[in-house]
Design a protein around this ligand. Sequence first.
Ligand code: D41
Length: 684
Amino acid sequence: MSASNPPSAALLSRCKELIDLINYHNKKYYLETPEIPDAQYDRLFRELQSIEHEFPQLKTDTSPTTRVGATPLSVFSSVAHEVPMLSLDNAFSEEDLLAFDRRIKERLKVDETIEYSCEPKFDGIAVSVLYRDKKLVRGATRGDGNTGEDITLNVRTIGSIPLELKGDDIPSVLEVRGEIIMPKKGFDELNQRALAKGSKTFANPRNAAAGSLRQLDPKITASRPLVMYAYSVGYVEGELPDTHGKILQALSKWGLLVSDELKIVRGVGQCIDYYQALGERRLALPYDIDGIVFKVNRIELQQQLGFVSRAPRWAIANKFPAQEELTRVNDVEFQVGRTGAITPVARLEPVFVAGVTVSNATLHNRDEIERLGLKIGDTVLVRRAGDVIPQIVSVVREQKGTNIQSPVRREIVFPENCPVCKSVVVTVEGEAVARCTGGLICEAQRKEAIKHFASRQAMDIDGLGDKLVEQFVDEGLISEISDLFSLDKTSLAALERMGEKSAENLLNALEQAKQTTLARFLFGLGIREVGQATARSLASHFGKLEAIMVADREVLQQVSDVGPIVAQRVHDFFQQKENLKAVAHLQAAGVTWPETEAKPDEPGKLPLTGLTYVLTGTLETMTRDEAKEKLLALGAKVSGSVSSKTHCVVAGPGAGSKLSKAEALGVEVLDEQQLIVFLSEHEV
Ligand code: D41
């Protein structure tokens, strides 16, 4: 194709259509009611860009492609950036990255390995914060790159943005650029609160961050869990180090938050490795990132390279596969969990999201279906975020510009009988969950009970995964938990995909698992509301199972963390004949644990009672689980995330954001050696 051929009529009309679509979705986006995923918007945008590139005569002054970034909203006064905030070029493949590296070497007329800084591309709002004589004097959004909005009052409420920089060699004027984000956990909590109040929820953390920054009342912004990560500098009066990496280090030293994933590498090959490694950990990070940014590390080289149109030649963003996509709900089925809870699961038209093909999404419960207003046949926005289970974010009513046709929509009917055992399904007043009343008659509940019993946190039966349990039950080898211990080698080895060796291994693992602890056994029984922590409290309070089995509700409530509901559940569990039989069978099969002395709770007695610990990174002399057990034994709580309530973080090598958050919050940090000394002082 050459630009000398006039564009066809079809292309002309597609161009017009794209302009309409992009303008439409732009507006929806700024009204915070996006209808299509960002990735889809990007595709439309790139399609228009490429048409305009090929046929420049089609490009008009008012094309949405001439508009870079956001249009400032009039309520905030505008700020002219002293140094424009550039945009980032995109790479979509490894080839694009290699070409980026080649272009750089060609421009610099060198053939030596280039040093790059690699950093996460935060999916938030780009901002500028200006410091004069170390004091924060202004905060602004990026806007269109030249003009942004003055959000100083809102920025001042964000804890990770110091009001005054601390340290030496700070330039007298320092404009820091970064991205304001809302961590996933804070986002979930914010939405939970909104749900509870019946107010509007945000579609994703990025929208929530944008909405929170655009508040006219800074008190609202202050109540939102926002964080800023610094990624570069703008206007500066004074001296800064000579590499990007050292500049960010300096910013961090002066009190700003900088990604702890930042890494300086040599050569584009290591950039690709970094992309893959962080890509694999992406969903486990506490915040959303949508790709990696690579930057030439030496400032001198950056200056030689300069920029074209609005993007530096020395930086490129390599995006990850989209986390949100549109697809259709083909059907809704109902799964039965361990406690009989009936969970609706959406069967989706398979769609590629965040690197994997997704064909199911949980719908949680009836309320969720109502909240979404979902019907079978609807087009939905699917998202994979922190957890691996994909979520349905919203139902897309208008499908302007998407190719998904909605067939006839069908109402989702909640079953009155269990789909597995046909027992009656009940919903208790005030509970969101519907439950099958079949108990252990229900094969689904039995399977889940056995899976739970075998799981790592319970009896830890090595090699006995969910699939195998299903197979055992389906083939009639077992029907209750204790049957596990009468499995024999011949019938095991006869199973499909199970050789003699694996059969032997499994039998050994079962034999080993018989020596357990009371806490694991209790947890493994799967009593409702009895999680690992409660099981531990019960075990240490009573010391032996028989005491728990005969305890009445008042006695049970003397255990710390056991309230009336848990006490009721434990009591009910041991009132039921089948459960007593199951316990007896397990003990008869040889499941035992050391009896311990009863340690009735006296709050404040253990050295770490009331203190919360967080473990992060890898430990060398023990596993994280072992460290956790030891801390728990001293009365500590062990949590998965750092907050201002955290007392101490134990950080091993590879510790990431939890460590930096701890440092940002001024939480005490111990390394493994210090932990060992500490534990030995308390004789664990
Ligand atoms: O995390 C980011 N979103 C990020 C954005 C980052 N880590 N680095 C960035 N670097 C730049 C340059 C190279 C222009 C200083 C950026 C952005 N720009 C950026 N953010 C929004 C538009 C451009």
